[in-house]
Design a protein around this ligand. Structure first.
Ligand code: F6P
Length: 551
């Protein structure tokens, strides 16, 4: 399938079967959810324990979804990805984030290049550099050891490192903290630089292209801040060399910026930005948690890669979850998908998943350029439980929209605290179990009445149930488990994109706004000629800004 065009999934027999099955589809989870179903639909992938049983599908739907995967040629596309074939056709690139976590003794040669050797050469340099920072051997220009690492990057050069830094907080080295500057809103840099000692601050400029406006602007801003605030007499060249390192695929541009390429860590065009947390883009994380823990993270990713590559279809967790998402999005009318970690440390995980899933699968044409005639992509969103319970769960429980939700929890807490009587983690987990139960089974009008509720309030207090959830559990949120979780969602995203026949690895949709921002810059700064060329609404908004900026 990869050599030819994509299969239009709507032309397959499986799609027709799913359309037939979905007509008026209902599944009563109260009666369907037998011990046998739970046993059959609870799958294992690495350390992840994944219970699919509370989803809205039966044997016929499962069979048709697996047939759909076959009929669109998903196996071949997966093989092509792992083999390094250029499946990112609009950019003519291989898609090899899975190579970033191959063990050193693995082998993968692409276009005559030993990819595994390249990956491990950079990893070893990153590890050695991180050890120097962690041990204090790497110092700032005035000889002081580094206390704060500031990662400057945006999108995939920010979201992954922040998410993982937060998630693995218990593994961080004392006395070393990271901050992350991403937004071109100067407030971000102002807040993140506040209180920092320039003598003990190391900046990592992370940018795959080293051409991203936000990142280069923030990097220049931080350079100016550093030179202004270091003790007088510090040599600017030496200061930049000791306080700035870079991660990029464009090492020539790194040198142009003034960063010594000896202190630059490369990666490759076959790593998409949103798939790059496990490349040198994760350098801030390597410094924070150390090379051994980072290696465990990579091993976790690899565990999930191997599961996805080799597990039989019915037991293949990313495949099954990706296909269920297609079922909900294309046949049952779901537009969004909630991800609800019952782990405060995963508070940035939904934001990370938004780029991963939506930049990947928000496409309206297939990889051969033909328009799709079906929905693609889903709006991924979420917040940690239990906070979300007191905010938006109302809509999931009783609203009119179907919102499939993934619940994530860990048996062992990051911090075991008690209020004297109660194990608070157990109370927390009780909420996790309760929510998926309430969503699945609801509460009937008769049950409400049996509680003595006045008749006029019965409908308002009834819960329809049959709201689909997947429960993902693991023993603890370790580096390895985090790697497994991220890779799980990478592969879910791949499965959905493969069914839809789209290129999940380009992101042309972000370009127009970037171009227009460059064009509009002069108009904002007062160029009347450029302002006059704009549409009426844009002119009016810029004029409002100009009239109000100095008031
Ligand atoms: O604008 C989108 C994007 O290209 C993302 O795909 C990417 O993660 C982000 O910008 C940052 O890009 P870079 O790492 O090249 O600075």
């Amino acid at each position: 399938m990869t050599a030819g065009g994509p299969v239009d999934p709507t032309t397959t027999a499986a799609w027709a079967e799913l359309a037939r099955l979905s007509d008026g589809y209902t599944l009563d989870l109260r009666s369907a959810l037998t011990a046998e179903r739970v046993e059959q639909q609870t799958l294992a992938a690495g350390d992840l324990h994944v219970d699919l049983s509370k989803n809205l599908f039966d044997g016929d739907v499962e069979t048709a979804l697996l047939a759909l995967a076959e009929q669109v040629g998903l196996d071949d596309r997966r093989r092509a990805m792992f083999a390094g074939e250029p499946i990112n056709v609009t950019e003519d690139r291989a898609v090899l984030h899975t190579a970033l976590r191959l063990p050193a003794d693995a082998s993968l040669t692409v276009d005559g290049q030993d990819v595994v050797a390249d990956v491990h050469e950079v990893l070893d340099r990153a590890y050695a550099f991180a050890e120097r920072v962690r041990s204090g051997a790497w110092t700032g220009v005035t000889g002081k050891r580094i206390a704060t690492v500031v990662n400057i990057g945006i999108g995939g050069s920010d979201l992954g490192p922040v998410m993982a830094y937060e998630a693995l907080e218990p593994y961080r080295q004392d006395g070393l903290t990271c901050r992350f500057i991403s937004n071109i809103d100067p407030t971000d840099a102002a807040q993140k630089l506040s209180g920092l000692d320039p003598e003990t601050t190391l900046f990592i400029v992370s940018s795959k292209t080293f051409g991203t406006l936000e990142t280069l602007t923030n990097a220049r801003l931080c350079k100016a801040w550093l030179l202004e605030h270091l003790p007088s007499g510090s040599d600017p060249g030496a200061a930049v060399a000791r306080h700035f390192v870079a991660v990029s695929t464009a090492l020539d541009k790194v040198a142009d910026f003034g960063i010594d390429t000896d202190n630059a860590f490369g990666f490759w065009d076959w790593v998409g930005g949103r798939y790059s947390v496990d490349s040198a883009i994760g350098l801030s994380l390597v410094i924070a948690i150390g090379p051994d823990r980072f290696a465990e993270l990579l091993a976790g990713f690899h565990t999930m890669d191997e599961h996805f590559r080799t597990a039989p279809a019915a037991a293949n967790v990313p495949l099954r979850m990706g296909l269920l998402n297609v079922w909900y999005a294309n046949f049952l009318g779901a537009h969004t998908h909630a991800v609800l970690p019952y782990a405060q440390l995963l508070h940035r995980f939904p934001a990370y998943l938004q780029q991963l899933t939506m930049e990947s699968n928000g496409k309206g044409v297939r990889w051969d350029g033909t328009a799709v005639a079906y929905d693609t992509g889903e709006v991924f969103w979420g917040e940690p439980g239990t906070n979300g319970q007191h905010a938006f769960y109302q809509l999931i429980h009783q609203g009119t929209r179907l919102v499939p939700a993934d619940f994530i929890a860990f048996a062992r807490p990051a911090y075991a605290l008690s209020d004297g009587d109660t194990d608070v983690h157990e109370l927390f987990l009780a909420n996790f179990f309760a929510q998926t139960k309430a969503l699945a089974f609801g509460k009937t009008a008769d049950e409400v009445r049996a509680e003595g509720v006045a008749e006029e309030l019965v409908t308002a207090r009834t819960f329809p149930g049959n709201r689909p959830t997947t429960s993902i559990m693991a023993p603890a949120l370790t580096p390895s488990v985090l790697g497994q979780l991220v890779a799980l969602y990478e592969h879910i995203t791949f499965v959905e994109g493969a069914v839809w026949g789209i290129d999940s690895f380009d992101q042309w949709g972000v370009e127009l706004g970037k171009q227009l921002a460059q064009q509009l810059g002069p108009a904002v700064s007062g160029d009347a000629g450029v302002l006059a060329e704009q549409d009426a609404s844009t002119q009016s908004l810029i004029t409002y800004y100009q009239e109000n900026r100095d008031r």
